[in-house]
Write a protein that binds this ligand. Structure first.
Ligand SMILES: *Cc1c(COP(=O)(O)O)cnc(C)c1O
Length: 383
């Protein structure tokens, strides 16, 4: 099956008891057994639930992996991966990361003895320099949140595995979605999603996903999910599955609107930098063209004035865009990373990686582009 067919049918079968085309929401904690240990594959919903299984099969199908797992949030999904490791193990991570991922690494897992090295992976040699015999995983995010840096997944996977074939290459694929980028096809072992974003697509749930490319990883990640319990409930599993079915058509519109917003901002006299991998001026534009089908709906920009007050004025006066955390829904959102999504990164660290106080991040939705541009125009006129 090709990708768009997989989003509708991948890993899915009609409900065996009724023929229901969509999987029923199995709102149950437990399953009756005929005799002790004699059941129909389901015992207790922390281990397996049929609605969650339907979503997990769809996730594996669209990412081209061996198995998928649905967690209660994106961070719970990352947590389910970090529990593969033991004190002293080392992880090399991208330096520009979703703030919550950075917080989980540095404020939770460092306490348990995992060692993290943060490097700018747009330079692959910087990753190789940090590798040693304790390195267990490379954690890539691409495009990054919020600076839209692009990491060459294939180059990182090939070069790190040439040094140590056992090292896991993991990709947070939230910003691209599997419609635009499929890391397993590029050599990754683990793909992670905040399914809250493009997979769910409607800003109506919080969910996370892991897809793996080996039976051993499938066994180990499932064990972590089952043993520590960060599962996604059946209602939200159903909603993510429903979201996946329209992923391709939604992404096409996000991309079409994304490039137009980026071009509008790029030409605007009040705007300084525009970070969008679809612009030829983006430093990794060629890599983005190679590994992504299109460039997505996330656009970040700074102001010529470089003033925080101006960024606030712009954000307070948007009418079609909503000032809110999160991204990837059908509606356009605007965000001030320094005070919102990335406030958990210390100010000096933010300054070091370029998350300045005049930085604005847009999640461009699927509304009519004329209304989005008009909204940006009127608010930029105020500063
Ligand atoms: C939102 C987000 C997460 C965290 O996911 P939650 O569902 O909010 O727990 C992780 N990575 C990226 C890139 C995100 O945007």
């Amino acid at each position: 099956m090709k990708f768009n067919t997989k989003t509708i049918h991948g890993g899915q079968k009609h409900d065996p008891s009724t023929g229901a085309v969509m999987p029923p929401i199995y709102q149950t904690s437990t399953f009756a057994q005929k005799s002790p240990g004699q059941h129909q594959g389901y015992e207790y919903s922390r281990g397996e639930n049929p609605t969650r299984s339907a979503l997990e099969n769809a996730l594996a199908s669209i990412e081209g992996g061996v198995a998928g797992f649905a967690f209660g949030s994106g961070l719970a999904a990352i947590d389910g991966v970090l529990k593969l490791f033991a004190p002293g193990d080392e992880i090399i991570a991208m330096d520009d990361l979703y703030g919550g991922s950075y917080r989980l690494f540095t404020r939770v897992y460092q306490k348990y003895g995992l060692v993290f090295h943060f490097v700018d992976m747009t330079n692959v040699d910087a990753v190789l320099e940090k590798m040693n015999d304790k390195t267990k995983m490379i954690w890539i995010e691409t495009p990054t949140n919020p600076l839209m840096k692009v990491v060459d997944i294939e180059a990182v996977a090939t070069k790190t595995k040439a040094i140590n074939p056992e090292v896991f290459v993991a990709v947070d694929n939230t910003f691209a979605s599997p419609y635009l980028q499929r890391p397993i096809e590029l050599g990754a072992d683990i793909v992670m999603h905040s399914a809250t974003k493009y997979l769910g697509g409607h800003s109506d749930l919080v969910a996370g996903a892991i897809v793996v490319n080996s039976q051993q990883l499938a066994k180990d990640v499932h064990f972590n999910l089952f043993a520590t319990g960060g599962i996604l409930g059946p209602q939200d599993s159903y909603l993510v599955l429903r979201g996946i079915k329209t992923l391709a058509v939604r992404m096409d519109r996000h991309c079409a609107n994304g490039i137009k917003v980026a071009e509008f901002l790029d030409a605007h006299p009040k705007v300084d930098q525009v970070y969008y991998p679809g612009l030829p001026s983006h430093p990794q534009h060629e890599i983005a063209k190679k590994q992504m089908k299109d460039f997505g709906g996330m656009v970040t920009f700074t102001l010529k004035s470089a003033k925080k007050e101006d960024a606030f004025t712009i954000l307070e006066n948007l009418h079609v865009f909503t000032l809110a955390e999160s991204l990837g829904g059908v509606e356009s959102l605007a965000n001030h990373p320094a005070t919102m999504t990335h406030a958990s990164i210390p100010a000096d660290k933010r300054a070091e990686i370029g998350i300045t106080d005049d930085l604005i991040r847009l999640s461009v939705g699927i509304e009519d582009i004329e209304d989005l541009i008009e909204d940006l125009k009127q608010t930029l006129d105020r500063v």
